[in-house]
Design a protein around this ligand. Structure first.
Ligand code: AMP
Ligand code: GLY
Length: 425
């Protein structure tokens, strides 16, 4: 089959890497792609946020399957535009993608499905915000209702900062809303499930490192690293979350007449009172996908096609490589506030030669002088597999240290705690 992958990040590079290892996939095209993807597949320029352009490209290429990576095209209706042309698409409809597009909508469906999440108020005025903040107390959690590319959430013990963020969100328009939530304590887990709207196939859990600096210091980012699976997770964790969170959400969306098919991403907090949902995303997470797919043995193309065709129930159970994967994000100077771009990157081939390592590209491009150069905030996602978490970390950091990009930064503590704590992991 011929697969069109929409997106330009390390997540899409990792998806393509897995698709190329699937014997049933005869060709892959990336749109728009990046320098890393261009080295392995054909790329096409496209405005990913124009659903009709995505649909037209899929038809033009006579693609058998379209995989949509990022949330913005999904919320805009790219999957609908592809399906309306009779082409199979991995990714939810615009209506179903509202699970990510509107936090208030997600809360409503969670309430219907009896899925455990933080208590919350949806507010449309500063007075309501003040009331809600008073109800929950510090630390305050204030979330923009809509998509905000990771910048919508403020967690703070400073009440003035909480109100200021809410004001900023409410100033976006007369129908703007903010969600004020109870603070959730405890480690976070990202659990992805592939679903066709009925059957739910959970993947292995991962942990993401969202803050820019070591020890969870600095501003929130799109994600600076990840590892999977979680040596510290109780053995029933995935089954429990599937039963209490993922399947009920998929069932509720189907009952509403807006079935969710594609990837349902649950961001969860393991609190002292049990698992609580922090958020849902309607797509693969980045950088968690890089580590989850590094361990997946089942050919990916067949799974995504089965989901797109409503045939997941026919698939045999997924199989996994033993061991662990770690990914470390190399970010450009100034990321996340104001990333510097256009600098040459060297050492990529040496890094990729390290045993167990794959270097996935995010913000990269080919400069006029032929050099691979930075073109975004998150530049590379250096991913390693190992028999133990310690070995996967070691390999990832050996590779990271072989790469040079002026001014770049990365975290040194990805999976450090988990590797130190795990027995044999
Ligand atoms: P979100 O975009 O909803 O995933 O939020 C981004 C990050 O903010 C999460 O990964 C958490 O680290 C933090 N966060 C969000 N909601 C809460 C909450 N209710 N309690 C504590 N931290 C939260
Ligand atoms: N890693 C967080 C996200 O993909 O939203």
């Amino acid at each position: 089959m011929k697969v069109l992958v929409i997106g330009a990040g390390a997540r899409e590079h990792a998806i393509i890497d897995s698709l190329l290892a699937d014997a049933s996939v005869t060709s892959v095209i990336a749109a728009p792609g990046n320098a890393g993807m261009a080295a392995v597949v054909e790329t096409r320029p496209i405005d990913v946020n124009d659903p009709e352009a995505v649909g037209a490209l899929a038809a033009d290429l006579t693609a058998d399957l379209v995989v949509i990576g990022p949330e913005v095209p999904l919320v805009a209706g790219a999957a609908d535009a592809v399906r309306s042309r009779g082409i199979a698409c991995f990714g939810p409809s615009a209506e179903a993608a509202q699970l990510e597009g509107s936090k208030a909508f997600a809360k409503q469906v969670m309430a219907e499905a009896d899925v455990p999440t933080a208590m919350s108020y949806v507010c449309s005025s500063v007075e309501q915000v003040e009331d809600a903040l008073g109800q929950f107390g510090s630390p305050y959690v204030v979330k923009d209702d809509g998509l905000a590319a990771g910048k919508g959430v403020v967690v703070t013990s400073d009440r003035d900062a909480a109100v200021a963020h809410a004001r900023e969100c409410l100033a976006k328009g007369s129908d703007a809303r903010v969600v004020i939530e109870e603070f959730l304590d405890g480690p976070e887990v990202s659990l992805f499930a592939i679903t066709d709207g009925v059957t739910v196939l959970p993947l292995q859990p991962a942990q993401d490192f969202k803050r820019a600096g070591d020890g969870d210091s600095g501003p929130n980012t799109g994600g600076m690293g990840a590892y999977s699976p979680l040596p510290w997770a109780p053995s029933g964790l995935v089954a429990d979350i599937t039963e209490r969170v993922l399947q009920p959400m998929v069932d509720a969306m189907r009952r509403r007449g807006t079935p969710f098919s594609g990837l349902l991403y649950a961001g969860l907090a393991m609190t002292s009172r049990g698992v609580r949902v922090i958020e849902f995303n309607a797509r693969f997470g980045d950088p968690e996908t890089q580590v989850v797919l590094a361990n997946l043995r089942t050919p990916l193309g067949q799974v995504l096609l089965a989901a797109a065709q409503g045939k997941l129930a026919d698939l045999p159970p997924l199989t996994w490589e033993p061991g662990f994967a770690v990914t470390v994000v190399v970010a450009s100077e100034g990321y996340p506030a104001s990333p510097r771009t256009g600098d040459a990157i060297t050492g990529l081939a040496d890094a990729a030669d390290v045993a167990g390592v794959k270097v996935f590209h995010a913000g990269t491009t080919i400069r006029d002088d032929g050099a691979v150069a930075s073109a975004g905030g998150r530049v590379l996602s250096v991913t390693a597999h190992g028999e133990s978490l310690a070995q996967a970390r070691e390999r990832a950091y050996v590779a990271v240290d072989l790469i040079s990009l002026e001014g770049s930064h990365h975290r040194r503590d990805i999976a450090e705690q988990a590797a130190a704590d795990s027995v044999g992991g």
